[in-house]
Ligand binder design. Structure first.
Ligand code: ATP
Ligand code: MG
Length: 285
């Protein structure tokens, strides 16, 4: 039995999705760029290459058992699938933007306006919730040109840096929702497939945890050990090893990437020296 995983055939998610599977130790058989599916040699999965828009439907129908795609497509398609895990890549926001010279106060700006988007479901849910009456113009792509050609008064689209908006004379006025890549699953997997999925999710978690943490080693005066231990709790507690020099020890631990610089500053204040920070490849609790 194999778990069928759908990933994006070509686009912003493709490379990262393949990389995640690789980091989970899954070795895929080489396939040409036109290939629709491929198998793994060392793990019971089959990978299907599809358009991201189609993945929710295929997962709901069971054509694929699980899929990797942007949460935005999951919300837009409203298929009956399970979101299993956030994957921490392809982060973006979905925002409303208007011509940069227009004055913006609040959401009421959009009352009786026309908004162009490729995400009509997410947008109409948002305006309904906020009791704003808008006309939604659904278009397939290049949404940002809609105001410039007189098709709409505003747009709702994916933004990551905002440079596309700027280039088209638009400004972002409301962030509606933030999205990232997720792993979704069919709701009625067989027990055998569920077991494979559990194994996969276990590995994905170890990979994600590793990328959020760093291994840190440093030398510290023995007198600072209690305070350093408090600041560097590590996975259980830090490893403390004696140094040849009297009154000093080496400390090994794990720190969160986002707390890292604060912690380093405090370590230096406490007299720590020779601080090394090393990336972690996998982290299993
Ligand atoms: P497909 O041909 O598979 O339908 P697509 O053109 O719909 O591809 P891409 O542009 O490759 O999709 O984007 C895939 C996903 O990447 C988006 O749905 C979104 O979740 C995420 N993403 C992250 N940043 C951006 C961005 N700046 N613009 C568009 N999508 C982004
Ligand atoms: Mg698409």
């Amino acid at each position: 039995m194999k778990l069928k995983i759908a990933i994006q055939k070509s686009g912003r998610l493709s490379e990262k999705s393949l990389q995640l599977l690789k980091e989970c130790g899954i070795k895929l058989s080489a396939g040409g760029s036109g290939k629709l599916k491929t198998e793994a040699k060392n793990f019971p999965v089959e990978v299907l290459f599809l358009r991201d828009d189609d993945i929710p439907q295929y997962v709901e129908q069971g054509v694929a058992d699980v899929g990797i795609l942007g949460e935005n497509e999951v919300w837009e398609k409203k298929k009956n699938v399970l979101t299993v895990e956030k994957l921490g890549f392809a982060g973006c926001r979905m925002s409303l933007a208007i011509p940069k010279d227009e004055e913006y106060t609040d959401l009421s700006f959009f009352n009786n306006k026309k908004v162009a988007t490729s995400y009509p479901v997410i947008l109409s849910d948002f305006f309904a919730k906020n009791h704003i009456n808008v006309e939604i113009e659904e278009i397939g792509g290049s949404v940002e040109i809609a105001p410039g050609i007189g098709l709409a008064d505003a747009i709702f689209d994916i933004v990551s840096t905002g440079s596309t908006l700027l280039m088209n004379g638009l400004k972002e006025v409301e962030v509606v929702v933030a999205s990232e890549a997720v792993l979704i699953s069919n709701k009625s997997l067989s027990d055998g497939k569920k077991a494979i999925l559990d194994k996969l999710v276990f590995r994905i978690k170890a990979v994600l945890r590793a990328s959020e943490n760093k291994y840190i080693t440093l030398n510290a005066p023995l007198s600072a050990v209690p305070e350093i231990t408090r600041l560097l709790p590590g996975m259980k507690s830090p490893t403390i090893v004696p140094l040849a020099e009297k009154g000093w020890c080496g400390i090994h631990s794990v720190v969160k990437e986002d707390e890292f610089w604060d912690i380093i500053d405090k370590m230096k204040e406490l007299g720590a020296e020779g601080i090394l920070v090393i990336p972690i490849e996998k982290m299993v609790l």
